[in-house]
Design a protein around this ligand. Structure first.
Ligand code: BDR
Ligand code: CA
Length: 345
């Protein structure tokens, strides 16, 4: 039986790659996609997901629109990180697919009630809609098989403020509501948290794009180099490889502009891989909380490693991995999938 996965995304270059990873994984069944405001506004996130499903010739998968704003603060988006439409230099046509008539929160609740214990939730954006779903269905932590989230930074600098990771920064109240609610979950249902300290070790380099093109039989195989003119568009013969190349080139340029090198952190695809198989992730349980006050630390995730708060753990934090395992799998899966969807002429 395939693993049912409910995705909650703010697509987003790396969110798009997370969706591709799951579409390309035969053991995964995506049962729904919540479009959450974050990297770009929620309607744009939804449109990106629908268009990516078209590009992948995917079956009908319900995509539900999330809240336009975080729980308690105004929305902040980051087109400078993810491009004007959220997918780097890639451009999507308008999809003929229709959005769900349910809200993202309703979709969460309906799906976990219909399949108790069977669904893995994968959140790669702010947790606004999951928090709204928890308000409707407080039993959600016991109805969900497992929750995997990308967010937070533990003993590691933030990427948005000195201590804030982006997904938490956008909606700190939502993350606190979710962590608080999961304090009631049994240990095997604690959220698996993929924070920046680990996801920033999952570095994509141009060679990974070359290997992806090779695996997909897409030509030319080598398209991206750091000496290229910024914004060079892909001519890859395979449309999925072309999309990935145009999206990731923007992410490479963004990371270089922030002195991180010509590379891109695969935060969200790594979380997708963990959702399907947590075994390459080293994990440590801890009580986690989110700072909601603090003149300069609001939005910071704090893990109580030593048990000083006297609270039971409410999260399993990923503390390490071997990124090579992730890239082997991603290249093999997405490459084979791209080749199957668009066989070479
Ligand atoms: C997270 O922030 C977003 O910009 C990415 O899509 C990822 O989910 C990394 O901090
Ligand atoms: Ca994201």
């Amino acid at each position: 039986m395939r693993q049912k996965i409910m995705m909650d995304v703010d697509t987003g270059i790396d969110d798009a790659l997370a969706l591709l990873y799951l579409l390309a994984s035969p053991e995964a069944e995506i049962v729904g996609i919540a479009a959450t405001a974050g990297n770009v506004p929620a309607p744009r996130v939804a449109a990106n997901n629908l268009a990516l499903l078209d590009l992948c010739r995917a079956p009908q998968i319900e995509v539900a629109l999330g809240s336009a704003t975080p729980l308690a603060i105004a929305l902040r988006t980051t087109e400078d990180t993810h491009g004007p439409q959220g997918v780097g230099y890639a451009e999507f046509p308008l999809s003929p697919r229709a959005l769900s008539t349910r809200s993202a929160a309703e979709l969460w609740v309906d799906l976990v009630r219909a399949h108790p214990g069977e669904i893995v939730g994968l959140c790669t954006g702010p947790l606004t809609n999951l928090a709204l779903a928890l308000r409707i269905e407080p039993e959600l932590p016991r109805l969900l098989g497992r929750l995997v989230v990308m967010g937070g930074a533990f003993n590691h600098p933030g990427n948005t403020t000195p201590t804030n990771e982006w997904n938490v920064h956008v909606d700190p109240e939502a993350w606190k509501e979710v962590f608080d609610a999961f304090a009631a979950a049994p240990p095997q249902r604690r959220p698996l948290v993929c924070g920046l300290d680990v996801t920033e070790t999952v570095e994509m380099h141009p060679v990974h794009l070359t290997r992806l093109a090779e695996r997909a039989d897409s030509l030319p195989v080598q398209e991206v180099s750091e000496v290229d003119t910024p914004g060079t568009r892909s001519k890859a013969s395979n449309p999925i490889v072309r999309f990935v190349t145009d999206a990731v080139r923007f992410y490479f340029e963004f990371h270089r502009a922030h002195d991180q090198g010509y590379l891109a952190h695969m935060h969200d695809p790594f979380a997708a891989a963990v959702a399907l198989d947590p075994s390459p992730a080293r994990i440590r349980a801890a009580a986690v909380d989110v700072e909601l006050g603090g003149a300069i630390t609001r939005g910071t995730t704090v893990a109580d490693w030593a048990g000083m708060w006297g609270r039971e753990p409410n999260a399993d934090i990923v503390i390490g991995t071997d990124p090579r395992i992730f890239f082997e799998r991603m290249i093999a899966r997405v490459g084979d999938f791209a080749r199957a969807v668009y066989p070479p002429a």
